[in-house]
Design a protein around this ligand. Structure first.
Ligand SMILES: Cc1ncc(COP(=O)(O)O)c(C=O)c1O
Length: 423
């Protein structure tokens, strides 16, 4: 399968024809890491994904021939880049069944989240003063919400259960007459749990409250339909889908219209919601990444599921190991994110012992300690997963041998019966 995947990338890339009149093209692009010496195995796709070579292929034209400003409406240089920008916008909209006009380009999901969580409540601030979000959002949503508290808004931070899911009853009970916005992430970046978007959207629509979702980890990875799910605003990041860094988008519904006060003002680009000259190489790369992730979603997800099951089985075969995420319903868990706690091993010590594997340490919702979060993606290989399973099994065993607690448990001592001294 590894070979197949690699082969696939090559075939696809070599089928890309250079644009007429241009001689430059990465016709035989493959991911080449050979220039950088020995590096750890990359299992941190939640942080960022490697750029797909086919995406770079698309971007290169804009650094050479197609350099016009897409907002220059008086000549062909502007028209040709503008045409490509609109094609890219269409590819991004297609992934979530939106209209291309509803896609607003930004610098990334952080900006999109700021735009939604600050911009919408500010617009409606005369009549409405309440925002609902969750305790497990990404920092940029939590921080935006705190800013709104400083501006006089009330914010309810919904708790999550053991599996990381919010309760729909909690949400219903939290909605007030003056609630303007509910912001609940789609896929959690630390444990991969998927919130019930459709049910949340239904509750929000019934109560005439706008629904924003941070879909940085979800876009192109789980099926999302903004109309079926009644989503009014949705944040996207290009570098989480094998696209370039420095670009993202905010889906902003047109009917019923969502209004907001823009964070960045100026020339009135992007429906007046985000001024500034667009970066066509980034826009086109993002569009291509979106086109590919939609087209290859089934293939990517089948591959990621296969690797995820193998990794999960391998790690959970280690005694006293706990999976953090949603086990009760596989439909509510994104397979590409595997977060596991190993009892009697400090998360931090384990991460220190795993210098040959690039991982994120997220705090799982069930504990305050840092747990390794394994991120699997399009370019992860089976050999890498095999290596990681073996390395973790050996290092957990090694660290436990040094743990007095583990020794006591092996000797049959029930740790709950011990009276620990207070210092
Ligand atoms: C859930 C979530 N939201 C927002 C972001 C921020 O995205 P960006 O890097 O595009 O600003 C990330 C990435 O770290 C994320 O995982």
């Amino acid at each position: 399968m590894d070979g197949e995947l690699h082969h696939k990338t090559q075939i696809e890339t070599s089928s890309v024809q250079p644009p007429e009149g241009l001689s430059i093209s990465l016709k035989n692009a493959t991911r080449d890491d050979s220039l950088y010496g020995t590096r750890p195995i990359y299992l941190d796709v939640q942080a960022t994904t490697p750029t797909d070579p086919r995406v770079l292929d698309k971007m290169l034209q804009f650094y050479t021939g197609l350099y016009g400003n897409p907002h220059s409406s008086t000549h062909a240089y502007g028209w040709e880049t503008d045409k490509e920008v609109e094609i890219a916008r269409g590819h991004i909209a297609d992934v979530i069944n939106a209209d291309a006009k509803e896609i607003i380009f930004t610098s990334g999901a952080t900006e999109s989240n700021n735009m939604a969580v600050k911009g919408v409540p500010r617009f409606y601030s005369k009549a409405k003063k309440h925002i609902i979000t969750t305790q497990t959002e990404h920092k940029c949503v939590l921080d935006s919400a705190r800013h709104m508290q400083d501006e006089g808004f009330d914010v309810t931070y919904l708790p999550v259960n053991q599996e990381g899911l919010i309760s729909l009853d909690d949400l219903k009970n939290a909605i007030r007459k003056d609630t303007v916005l509910v912001s609940i992430m789609a896929v959690n970046n630390e444990i991969g749990v998927i919130q019930p978007l459709k049910e949340i959207g239904k509750i929000c629509r019934e109560n005439k409250v706008f629904f924003h979702t941070d879909a940085a980890q979800a876009f192109g990875k789980i099926p999302i339909d903004v109309n079926d799910m009644n989503i009014d605003l949705l944040s996207i990041s290009s570098h989480k889908i094998y696209g370039p860094k420095g670009i993202g988008a905010c889906y902003v519904r047109r009917r019923p219209r969502v209004r907001m006060i823009p964070i960045i003002t100026g020339g009135g680009q992007e429906r007046g919601l985000r001024s500034g000259t667009l970066a066509p190489p980034l826009v086109a790369g993002f569009g291509e990444a979106a086109r590919l992730i939609k087209e290859e979603m089934d293939y990517d997800q089948a591959w990621i599921h296969k690797l995820s099951n193998k990794l999960k089985d391998g790690l959970l075969s280690i005694p006293e190991t706990q999976y953090n995420g949603c086990l009760s319903d596989p439909a509510k868990q994104y397979a590409g994110c595997v977060n596991v706690s190993f009892a009697y091993v400090e998360g931090e010590s384990l991460l220190m012992a795993l210098k040959d594997i690039a991982l994120s340490s997220g705090s799982a919702c069930t504990s305050a300690s840092l747990e390794p979060s394994f991120g699997l993606g399009r370019f992860t290989t089976e050999a890498e997963v095999d290596y990681v399973i073996n390395a973790i099994q050996l290092r957990v065993e090694f660290l436990r041998k040094m743990s007095p607690l583990w020794e006591m448990v092996q000797d049959g001592i029930d740790l709950n019966t011990i009276e620990w001294s207070g210092h």
